[in-house]
Design a protein around this ligand. Structure first.
Ligand code: HSE
Length: 413
């Protein structure tokens, strides 16, 4: 009898078991044989679980059972996920995962272990929750040169920003709601500070380039500095603020890979992607623009991608799928983001005369667009610059009078 196992019985793990067992009949037809739920590994007790004797706290139960063919690793983090995954692959068992941290950091190494041991290592759930993006990018768009990938890659921050924009909710109330809904990471800092979105854009960039792109090499900024006042300024100028991950080749032959909040014009599709939804836009030199849209986090949407991978792994046990990239250790693949061109929303606080400050800003930035908001204090000035290299924006800010203090800078898409 063939078995599958699940490591981690949190939101995604319990969703995986629920979806697989709910759709067992159709899944069995697709695989062409019966595959039983063999083990659920978690250190916690689940006294009310209907899968009583299947729960285990011992990883060796899964590792040493020759009937286990495919394992869903959904615990997240690097350790012990890496060690578990490596050992399972070395035994020829396929592993599927939603663990973007592990794939973004150790993907190339684990693909090699999988290849050597004739096993699948699949990670559709690691980017975009339930949205199919890994296979389409790797297979269906394989005939294209990828010119850019960009989008909203984190459900929690998009949920928070949507609540701030639409319901005037505070940042902390919106975060609490996202956590209650099971969207956020165990430590939501990874969501709020952009690290989760950064891991995801690095996975997509690695796939497009064929080489490992490490998150620590990319520019990453989260949404924790965004205030309700910024949201209001953006609205008054015809924009919404979204956390955007983006990757594209630059002239120097390197990749620009960034994650940061951006002002999105209201006529841009991404500005209408709300709540926990993610949207990923890909441009290929044959296909043009394609957009992938769906629920980017949550129990059953993420489980949908994990179960899809389990089915594929069980179907391809003889000839594993190769959705992968190579190692890149020591290579410098990422360009300096300061050389990229962008317009920027800038909010400053003025100690002296606000009119004089506006004049100085106008001269330095060559006709910026000043923006208003209700109840703006006299000492606050906000404006949007023309597009220019970021390094030039820095230089111009450095030229402003010392009575002008920079409060926030948000790039414009
Ligand atoms: N915390 C992640 C998010 C979960 O909010 O998008 C899905 O990767």
């Amino acid at each position: 009898m063939s078995k599958y196992a699940v490591i981690g019985y949190g939101v995604v793990g319990s969703g995986t078991v629920e979806l697989f067992e709910k759709n067992r009949d159709s899944i069995t037809n697709k695989i062409g044989r019966d595959v039983k739920l063999g083990y659920i590994l978690d250190l916690r007790d689940f006294p009310d679980s209907p899968y009583g004797n299947i729960h285990t706290k011992d990883f060796n139960d899964i590792l040493n059972d020759p009937e286990v063919e495919a394992v869903a690793e959904v615990i997240g983090g690097i350790h012990p996920s890496f060690e578990f995954t490596k050992q399972l692959l070395q035994k020829g068992k396929s592993v599927v995962t939603s663990n973007k941290e592990l794939v973004a950091q150790k993907g190339a190494e684990l693909f090699e272990v999988a290849r050597k041991n004739n096993a699948n290592y699949l990670f559709e759930a690691s980017v975009g929750g339930g949205i199919p993006i890994i296979r389409p990018l790797h297979k269906c768009l394989a005939g294209n040169k990828i010119e850019q990938i960009s989008g909203i890659l984190n459900g929690t921050t998009n949920f928070i920003l949507t609540k701030m924009i639409k319901d005037q909710m505070s940042f902390s109330d919106a975060l609490r709601l996202a956590q209650e809904n099971g969207f956020a990471e165990a430590d939501p800092t990874a969501d709020i500070e952009g690290h989760d979105a950064c891991r995801k854009i690095c996975i997509l960039a690695s796939l497009a380039l064929g080489k490992q792109i490490y998150p620590e090499d990319a520019y990453c900024e989260g949404i924790s500095k965004i205030t309700p006042e910024d949201v209001e300024y953006a609205r008054n100028a015809g924009y919404k603020i979204k956390l955007i991950g983006s990757a594209y080749p630059t002239e120097g032959g390197k990749l620009s890979v960034t994650v940061c909040p951006r002002l999105i014009p209201e006529d841009n599709l991404l500005s209408h992607v709300d709540g926990v939804y993610n949207a990923i836009s890909v441009t290929g030199n044959g296909v043009g623009d394609v957009v992938f849209y769906g629920q980017g986090a949550g129990k059953l949407p993420t489980a949908s991608a994990v179960v899809g991978d389990l089915i594929d792994a069980l179907l391809h046990r003889e000839r594993p799928l190769t959705v992968s990239w190579e190692k890149s250790d020591g290579e410098n693949l990422i360009s300096d983001y300061k050389q990229s061109k962008t317009a920027a929303f800038i909010k400053v606080s003025v100690k002296g005369d606000a009119d004089e400050a506006r004049e100085s800003i106008s001269k330095t930035f060559d006709h910026p667009m000043f923006i208003e908001r209700q109840n703006r204090p006299d000492s606050e000035v906000a404006f949007i610059t023309a597009p220019m290299k970021e390094i030039l924006i820095d230089q111009k800010l450095g030229l402003l009078d010392e009575n002008i203090e920079i409060l926030n800078l948000i790039r414009v898409l």
